[in-house]
Write a protein that binds this ligand. Structure first.
Ligand code: UN1
Length: 499
């Protein structure tokens, strides 16, 4: 296990290639034990201003470094992450609570993103296009936007940061990054890796602090031309309206109410496993977590039996213990929110089949734990079937047809991920056309996106942009259209065209 020094370490900001102390700080708690693990700085807006000045200077030079050389730094970042995978994973489990196997998976997602985006350094494809006129050449190419701000959540503290920062860096931008204060260790470790990998000073700046101070300052700074945010719906909407007024580009990813559809021709054992993994993995604290099961009435009972049997084997506890399947919830406020929805679900008339309570016995020490919870007989418009709970709570809704299943799936304000279990190939193709989410799985649960595909959703999940995949470059670049006239004479577009 990674040894954290006995004395609680105070993390530092990383600005312009220097490690900077801040006067104010607060405790970061390991959600599995309730114990303080580090102190996270609470920075002010002056730090943001200083970082933006440094980033501005650094970006001008960075943009002139040929992209394959920019990519070299990302390759080194990837190899350093790989070397430190176990250390990073254990620290991730300590600060976030996710079980060690999932922590290793998340770090791997970051490593994959490093190598994938490093490869983009030799692509960053533009286009050539015919022109209307003779002896003229037209092309479009990506250019960096300048300084970009990224604001990342606690539930995937390293993977989501890589989805945003690596494409920004390879495209020639400088980054100001505000990680969540609940999980600052991954950001601190990644900043050290950037430094060791030889990223020039000022290209990546990590500022710890609250959304209301550091986040606000970033969103309102004139020189930060893009904000890429993953987090809560309310915060995302506030950021969007502030950015809208400033004509600042903003990319938002704000959660989901993801469903697994189980049709009457599905492999029910497989479906139960898929539901279990996507609903209770990461204790349900994923944007992509399954929180609704839409089941055909003919197989409802058989599915419930399988789910209950499998749920009985889920061990809940400290995720550093390899035998534990479900880790803690991030903090007491999150537990309270989950408890509120259990009460709402009962009042709405859904039937509680399993769980529904906080786990507080001695074995669970002072951490924050909640029992995996299954409601059934939920109806599509209940609040537990509409609102994001962000915990290990799933509600079963019964339908009578494929068409009804699609309608129920689409009948929420979110649109991130959906899944269907069926053995009918026609239903597979209809489902991929008709499900209205940004991510669709067939015969697999709602989680498990890979980094080289676009990640994001429709409707209330976001605002049309995508993280990861080559599409992420659209957030961090501007398109330039370039016309080269080699005719040696004035050729007027639309006018001097031979008919
Ligand atoms: C998130 O919950 O915001 O697809 C990210 C998945 C992971 C990423 C989740 N690869 O579940």
């Amino acid at each position: 296990m990674v040894a954290l020094s006995m004395e609680v370490q105070k993390l530092k900001n990383y600005v312009d290639g220097k490690w900077m102390n801040v006067n104010k700080s607060k405790a970061v708690i390991n959600p599995a034990t309730g114990m303080e693990i580090v102190q996270v700085p609470l920075s002010d807006s002056d730090t943001v201003n200083a970082a933006v000045r440094a980033a501005g200077k650094a970006q001008k030079k960075w943009a002139l470094v040929p992209a394959p050389q920019r990519a070299e730094v990302l390759y080194r970042v990837g190899y350093l992450m790989k070397e430190r995978k176990e250390r990073l994973s254990q620290l991730l489990t300590m600060e976030n609570g996710k079980v060690i196997e999932e922590a290793r998976g998340e770090v791997q997602e970051g490593i994959d993103m490093a190598f994938y985006m490093a490869g983009e350094g030799r692509r960053l494809f533009g286009q050539t296009t015919p022109t209307e006129l003779k002896d003229k050449f037209a092309m479009s190419q990506r250019s960096p936007v300048g300084i970009v701000g990224i604001i990342t959540p606690w539930n995937f503290p390293i993977a989501i940061a890589t989805w945003k920062s690596f494409p920004a860096i390879v495209a020639g931008n400088a980054v100001i990054w505000k990680p969540a204060t609940e999980t600052p260790i991954m950001a601190f470790e990644l900043a050290k890796i950037f430094e060791e990998a030889g990223l020039p000073d000022g290209v990546m700046n990590v500022i710890f602090g609250s959304g209301l101070v550091v986040g606000e300052a970033m969103v309102h700074h004139d020189d930060i031309r893009v904000i890429s945010f993953t987090g809560s719906n309310d915060t995302g909407r506030n950021i969007a309206s502030a950015c809208g007024k400033q004509l600042k580009k903003v990319s938002l990813e704000m959660g989901g109410k993801n469903a697994v559809i189980v049709m009457d021709d599905a492999d029910l054992d497989l479906a139960a496993m898929g539901i279990l993994w996507s609903a209770f993995g990461t204790s349900g604290q994923r944007c992509t977590a399954c929180s609704r099961v839409i089941v055909h009435e003919k197989v409802k009972q058989a599915l419930e039996e399988r789910l209950l049997a499998a749920m009985a084997n889920l061990s809940v506890g400290n995720g550093l213990d390899e035998s534990i399947k479900i880790g803690p919830i991030i903090n007491q406020a999150a537990i309270d929110k989950i408890k509120k929805y259990i009460k709402i679900g009962k009042e709405e008339g859904a039937k509680l089949l399993a769980g529904g309570f906080e786990l507080t016995n001695e074995h669970h020490q002072k951490g924050y734990y909640f029992a995996p919870t299954l409601f059934t007989d939920a109806t599509p418009n209940m609040r537990i079937a509409q609102e994001e709970i962000f915990g290990p709570v799933v509600s079963i809704i019964t339908v009578n047809s494929f068409e009804e299943a699609i309608e129920v799936n689409n009948g929420v304000t979110y649109g991130l991920s959906s899944s269907i279990f069926t053995s009918d190939v026609n239903r597979v193709f209809k489902a991929q056309r008709d499900l209205d989410t940004g991510i669709i799985y067939v015969n697999a649960g709602t989680t498990g996106a890979e980094i080289h595909l676009p990640f994001g959703g429709t409707k209330g999940t976001g605002n049309g942009h995508r993280d990861s995949g080559v599409q992420a470059l659209d957030v961090f670049t501007e398109w330039k259209a370039i016309y080269v006239d080699y005719s040696g004479k004035l050729q007027r577009a639309q006018i001097d065209v031979e008919s």
